[in-house]
Design a protein. Structure first.
Length: 138
């Protein structure tokens, strides 16, 4: 059985990667909109950021499962795996940016621009092979 069959989509990996990027962009828009809306009504910044991230992640799970990967897997197993992958990716991104930007070796934006594609590609591959794959264990 091929990887494409396991994730339930006849789409080539590049098409899936493009969709994954579109979903990621929509997650960012949702997270920022929620953060701004909650901030406008006086929600503390950390709580607004957490709520925005959660809404973006929920959007990402639903769209990536159905649209990006056409995965038939469902339930708490893939949802929990998705949360783990997103949390680890956020941590790796933050640590890597801190390392390349620390002590002003690289400008802040340049550091994020350098790190984000690597973390995004790794996250895509893990989602494709573990989170949304029918062969993944629950």
């Amino acid at each position: 059985m091929t990887v494409l069959t396991r994730v339930g989509s006849p789409r080539p990996p590049l098409a899936q990667l493009v969709r994954f990027g579109v979903v990621g962009a929509s997650n960012t828009v949702i997270a920022l909109a929620a953060y701004a809306a909650l901030g406008a009504v006086g929600t503390p910044a950390a709580l607004a950021a957490l709520a925005g991230w959660a809404l973006g992640a929920l959007n990402g799970y639903r769209l990536n499962r159905g649209w990006t990967f056409h995965s038939a897997v469902s339930g708490t197993g893939p949802a929990a795996r998705y949360v783990v992958v997103q949390g680890v990716a956020a941590g790796v991104d933050a640590l890597a940016v801190a390392l390349v930007v620390g002590h002003e070796h690289v400008a802040r934006i340049a550091g994020q621009v350098a790190i984000l594609p690597v973390v995004t590609l790794a996250t895509f591959l893990i989602c494709r092979r573990w989170v949304f794959s029918a062969g993944a264990r629950a």
